[in-house]
Design a protein around this ligand. Structure first.
Ligand SMILES: C[S@@+](CC[C@H](N)C(=O)[O-])C[C@H]1O[C@@H](n2cnc3c(N)ncnc32)[C@H](O)[C@@H]1O
Length: 193
């Protein structure tokens, strides 16, 4: 019974506490819905996506099912045989699509007109900032938090704020205490200005 799962335990609903770690590890740290996939597919139509820090590639798999050409990349593509330390966020997980072994900044620099896609980029390193700085295209899709700051870094969000225009936000289901959403940005000023 959902009502039972939703009883509080240590401040957090039991359902979330029980299931979030395993679902995040095997699928994604963000929960996709149809509206999110449709909005991203629409903005990527005809040019495709380069995803950095793709993890298991679960969002990439859903986007491919929606007809989008996705190049999924990660610095440590998850794999069942590589041990807990290989990828801290997706230990011993399998991938849903091929996830290429490429650093985020390198993948973003080689985007070739694709939309840059970041879903729950780490808050503990500069991957999101470095990918955004390296990217020369005009559209970014960021799935993550804005005020809570569990995803990306303050410097990453400051660069988005300064040089990119938020053109669309799509709500997605969130885990208890989180406020992540899909945010679609267009470049507000030319590169190197
Ligand atoms: C919180 S997980 C999110 C994964 C996936 N996008 C999701 O939503 O489930 C962060 C991912 O970023 C990757 N990562 C960390 N630093 C990176 C870097 N410098 N370049 C590319 N990927 C990186 C990690 O390996 C991990 O898979």
């Amino acid at each position: 019974m959902l009502s039972t799962f939703r009883t509080q335990q240590g401040g957090e609903p039991v359902f979330d506490a029980m299931h979030r770690p395993e679902l995040s590890r095997r699928f994604s740290w963000a929960i996709p819905n149809d509206a999110a996939i449709e909005a991203i597919a629409e903005v990527a139509a005809g040019r495709g996506i380069v995803e950095v820090g793709a993890g298991t590639g679960y969002w990439a798999a859903l986007l491919e099912q929606a007809g989008v050409d996705v190049l999924a990349t990660d610095a440590a593509p998850p794999a069942p045989s590589l041990g807990d330390d290989h990828n801290l966020w997706h230990a011993e997980a399998s991938t849903w699509v091929e996830v290429h072994h490429v650093d985020g900044a390198t993948a973003a620099a080689d985007s070739n007109g694709r939309v840059l896609f970041l879903c729950w980029p780490p808050s503990i390193n500069d991957m999101a900032l470095e990918a955004l700085e390296a990217y020369t295209g005009d559209t970014v899709v960021y799935v993550g938090e804005w005020t809570n700051g569990a995803t990306g870094t303050p410097a990453f969000r400051a660069l988005l704020d300064a040089e990119w225009e938020l053109v669309r936000t799509v709500e997605i289901p969130v885990w208890w205490g989180r406020e992540d959403a899909v945010r679609i940005y267009r470049r507000a000023r030319p590169v190197n200005c």
